[in-house]
Design a protein. Structure first.
Length: 438
């Protein structure tokens, strides 16, 4: 198996493990090839941007993101190629592109740790800057956040994620944060139909998850996990925003759980953060839905069977859809109810913004840096009655709610400009190649 074929195979393994919420170790190529990669003669001239796309993720979000990203890069004068990871023809396509490549772009750091058979980084060998934009927490797949190289640039869409990454992955080049542009540029639909709210979320039943923990964890670890969940449930219901991972670190320190500290149990520490983070997202989603029993809601996603058994008739549960086939879900009169995984806006809220659709979000108003007086009606927390109050206001005047949502979308477009995003990537790539920035 050729080194680039091995590289793409390893990317798939990492991405699949990440989707299953597992940790993986970087896989080394062992086919005995030289560290040198000889580009074929007759490579096409001109600087290119390469986007690595993985289409096998649940509901295939990356294909949507990358199709828009390609158009953004092209609008800024780039010659762009999307490499479909897993396509048998992808190694040949990557080879034929050849140098000079301005930079490669990947989501979630997939492929950042790829190495040659002698242990050298693929990106160091090819001298291609790899820009990794992370939209999820580093605990979920640590190897995708650890690679340290002048040619590897880690960027996060949320400051909480960047702080965790810089604290636990000691790289010479620290991770930064970046304002993402709206990653959807679909042609707007013409009609809004249906008097209901929409939730789009896959969940795991809490009781089932607790049963898995009880079987797989020793008693001491199980007790720590359950203590963390009970603490977070209490905080979530009383605070406007909770930094989950700060709370988890405090619990380790306050309760003397030395065997779960990162310096003594690095894998266990990240698994603790990953499992609790994942389960807290599910808890918040279920809590939000059950708090609005008096309102009509259509829920798209897996894992809701247990909740559906006791839900009112106005709550309708439907299968998840691939992202490319779900635009119409955002065009109901009441709009989206979205649970953010951290303090910033979630990608589903971004899609509502792009479609000029109505939404309610659990993102933290202060961290977003918006006018709370003007846009506070769009954001909720998990205090008893808070979301129900917001939903009641929407039902009373859906057109007014839509107008505020659309004004927020307009302001958000002005805050996260496409050209600013692309310019930052250009500067980072030039710095990685050793060019001075004047």
């Amino acid at each position: 198996m050729g080194i680039l074929q091995r590289f793409l195979t390893d990317i798939i393994k990492s991405a699949r493990s990440q989707a299953r919420n597992e940790s993986v170790e970087p896989v080394r190529a062992t086919d005995g090839l030289s560290a040198k990669v000889a580009w074929p003669t007759g490579s096409r001239p001109g600087m290119k941007v390469v986007i690595l796309n993985w289409a096998e993720g649940e509901n295939d979000p990356f294909s949507c993101f990358n199709a828009t990203l390609k158009r953004y890069f092209q609008a800024c004068g780039k010659d762009v190629e999307i490499i479909q990871i897993g396509d048998p023809d992808s190694p040949r396509r990557l080879m034929e592109l050849g140098p000079p490549i301005e930079f490669a772009f990947t989501w979630q750091g997939i492929g950042s740790w790829a190495t040659l058979d002698n242990g050298e980084s693929l990106w160091d060998c090819l001298k291609i800057p790899l820009i990794c934009v992370h939209g999820d927490h580093p605990s979920h797949c640590p190897p995708n956040h650890q690679f340290d190289s002048r040619y590897c640039i880690h960027l996060y869409g949320d400051a909480e994620f960047s702080i965790y990454s810089n604290r636990h992955f000691r790289r010479d080049q620290g991770a930064g944060i970046i304002d993402l542009p709206l990653l959807f540029d679909e042609k707007p639909l013409t009609q809004r139909v249906g008097d209901w709210f929409v939730m789009v979320k896959n969940v795991n039943d809490p009781a089932t998850f607790e049963g898995v923990w009880r079987q797989e964890l020793d008693k001491a670890t199980f007790d720590v996990y359950m203590m963390a969940m009970e603490t977070l449930k209490q905080k979530i219901s009383t605070a406007s925003h909770v930094d989950i991972h700060h709370v988890l670190d405090e619990l380790i320190f306050q309760n003397g759980v030395d065997w779960l500290r990162p310096e003594s149990n690095f894998p266990g520490y990240h698994r603790y953060h990953s499992m609790i983070d994942h389960q807290t997202r599910c808890y918040k989603s279920i809590l939000a839905l059950t708090s609005i029993r008096d309102f009509p809601v259509r829920v798209y996603g897996r894992g809701w069977e247990g909740v559906a058994k006791t839900s009112p008739p106005g709550h309708v549960f439907l299968p998840a859809r691939d992202m490319a086939a779900s635009q119409d879900m955002y065009y109901t009169r009441y709009g989206l109810v979205d649970i953010s995984p951290a303090s910033g806006l979630h990608d589903r809220t971004h899609r509502a913004l792009s479609n000029r659709s109505a939404f309610l979000s659990s993102a933290n108003v202060e961290d977003i840096g918006i006018d709370g007086e003007q846009f506070g009606s769009l954001f909720f927390n998990f205090a008893p009655g808070n979301l129900a109050e917001k939903c009641a206001a929407v039902v009373a005047d859906p057109e007014a709610h839509l107008g505020v949502s659309q004004q927020f979308a307009h302001d958000n477009y002005n805050k996260a400009r496409i050209r600013d995003f692309v310019s930052k990537l250009e500067l980072l790539a030039r710095t990685a190649k050793g060019f001075s920035i004047v």
